[in-house]
Design a protein around this ligand. Structure first.
Ligand SMILES: C[C@@](CO)(OP(=O)(O)O)[C@H](O)COP(=O)(O)OP(=O)(O)OC[C@H]1O[C@@H](n2ccc(N)nc2=O)[C@H](O)[C@@H]1O
Ligand SMILES: Nc1ncnc2c1ncn2[C@@H]1O[C@H](COP(=O)(O)OP(=O)(O)O)[C@@H](O)[C@H]1O
Length: 290
């Protein structure tokens, strides 16, 4: 009997997001810098007689408990690919708001793929898992890697980033779900993309903020049109002491503020929670890379 194991499902943050083309199948090509936070959902797995999922945690009620949950969809996709059952008992602690632009569901699905491979000691090459991940959603391959990446294509072209410092962040969400499909549907004609200047070597946080400020999230305007509260979140983040840059992640509504240091982010998160107890907000650190 294999040991129970725990897989983290970290929040995904798009530091920027350019929509560069619309494909004939309706999907959009992106160019996005993606990082992963210490905060996230968590998945506990142990061998079980069948495939079972229990969802707990503050946002459990907002996600499907049954077969539509991305955790179970991930398991079924892997089982189909291998042509055999992968019995497992899973407990998902749902700590990230759903449909909020920080890839909670995608990260949960990726954690299930990683977890089942570990639990059953599967010999599936990384490229095989990545292909299955893409079947589950455009964001699942990057969540499978769960490290800083430049993401292109619809999400399948991944290039590891280097020279990124750890990023002290505040994440804030007005507790209003925003469906990804609706945001893309409101997008105007995509821009042509733009050359991305290299990250300055040895970048400090203020350098990084200035570098990121030259970029955008192209989904911010269509998401704002659907959910105006995103504008309030951005204004509130920008007013917090020590905030170097604030922007929406993914298709929203979660926005991130980048701070000069961890203490400043924690103090800012406390101030924001006191001012807006109706929002979800946390301080966390997105892991950088050498
Ligand atoms: C926008 C992003 C940016 O990282 O993040 P989230 O806001 O979801 O966190 C992702 O591309 C979201 O990926 P994911 O949530 O997996 O999307 P999917 O389930 O594959 O697609 C949902 C819908 O979004 C649209 N879609 C998604 C990805 C993409 N590159 N182009 C699209 O046009 C399509 O209309 C699709 O039907
Ligand atoms: N484990 C899960 N966690 C979150 N959402 C899930 C999950 N399983 C299925 N979903 C569905 O997937 C949709 C997208 O969720 P999520 O990945 O959190 O959002 P986003 O793509 O905006 O980051 C939600 O509407 C939700 O109903």
């Amino acid at each position: 009997m294999a040991e129970p194991l725990c897989e983290r499902a970290p929040a995904k943050i798009n530091l920027d997001l350019l929509v560069t083309a619309r494909r004939p199948d309706g999907y959009h090509e992106l160019d996005s810098l993606v990082v992963f936070a210490e905060a996230g959902d968590a998945l506990r797995l142990e061998e079980g007689p069948g495939l079972r999922l229990v969802v707990e945690g503050p946002f459990a009620a907002d996600v499907p408990a049954g077969g539509d949950n991305l955790v179970l969809r991930a398991a079924r996709t892997l089982e189909r690919h291998l042509g055999r059952d992968l019995p497992a008992s899973a407990i998902l602690s749902k700590r990230l708001p759903a449909a909020s632009g920080i890839g909670g569901g995608s990260s949960d699905a990726a954690a299930m793929l990683r977890g089942l491979a570990r639990l059953h000691r599967l010999d599936v090459p990384a490229s095989g898992l990545a292909a299955l991940a893409l079947e589950l959603g455009a964001d699942v391959p990057v969540c499978l890697a769960a490290r800083p990446m430049r993401m292109r294509g619809i999400g399948e072209r991944l290039e590891p980033l280097s020279g990124l410092p750890d990023l002290p962040l505040v994440l804030a969400n007005p507790r209003r779900p925003v469906p990804t499909k609706a945001v893309f549907a409101r997008m105007g004609a995509p821009g042509r993309g733009r050359p991305r200047p290299a990250l300055p070597a040895g970048a400090t946080l203020p350098d990084l903020a200035a570098w990121l400020a030259a970029s955008v999230n192209d989904l911010e305007a269509p998401a704002l049109a659907i959910e105006p509260a995103i504008g309030e979140v951005l204004v509130a983040l920008r007013r917090l002491e020590g905030c170097l840059l604030a922007r929406m992640s993914g298709s929203g509504a979660t926005c991130f503020g980048l701070f000069s240091d961890k203490n400043a982010a924690e103090a800012a998160a406390r101030a924001l929670a006191a001012a807006r107890p109706d929002w979800w907000s946390i301080a966390t650190t997105a892991r950088g890379c050498p």
